[in-house]
Design a protein around this ligand. Sequence first.
Ligand SMILES: [Zn+2]
Length: 269
Amino acid sequence: MSSGISEPERVATVTSAPPDTKRSAYTGRLAVVMFGSPGSGKGTQSKFLVDWLRIPQISTGDMLREHIRRGTEVGKAIEARMRAGSLVSDELVNQLVYERIHQSDCDRGFILDGYPRTPAQAQEMMRLLGSVGAREVVIHLVVDYNIIIARMTGRRVCPVCGTLYNAISRPPRVEGVCDLDGEVLGIREDDREDVVRERLTQYEASTRPLIEFFRKSSERLFEVDASQDRPETVFGKIQDALASLLDRDPVQLSGSAMAGMVTDGARAR
Ligand SMILES: [Zn+2]
């Protein structure tokens, strides 16, 4: 480090980075599309990416719920469809995403969560991204379903104080009993094995065609093994995948360093 940049400043920015950060400082306009089954840790990895890349996460589910809560025209249309037992139309979801990614906080990029949900949405998404000069990066968190079932069905909850336990990662001191108040632990409906299996089956059926779509139409699909229990280890693999992209496609991803981000790793490697 013999550059003219003052050392203390560098150190100060390093400490603000998420754990185990290897490289940072992407700019360009990235559209990170996250896929991961229930229990794959998708939420945690998305949050790491938000912190690392400093771009917003766009959840279409949250957007739809927000419209319903605020009672907007869109919200009323969604509610009417749901009452009729039908899905929210691709056109409506596409429109919401279109409006959202035109907001200024998406200038450098964004993370898409829960979108696209159908091949028709995926097709429209590719067109949309092309029109705003964003490049997709699809990250598919791949986890052995047996591991997910073991993880999720091992969860226990105290019916009195709400403390969560996990047979694998956070067992109570005495099996089946809350550490804090001695209450007998229960299983939440969502963590029952038949419920978990059903959700995984549904996920598989709805996601497989999307992954197939991106295998054919995108050069930037990364299938990341997320079986590791430590989220930081999984995130390291995602960082490596994005860094390989930076090497391969520097024009799209290079640019001026973001405020507060470290630049030494990404360029001087
Ligand atoms: Zn308790």
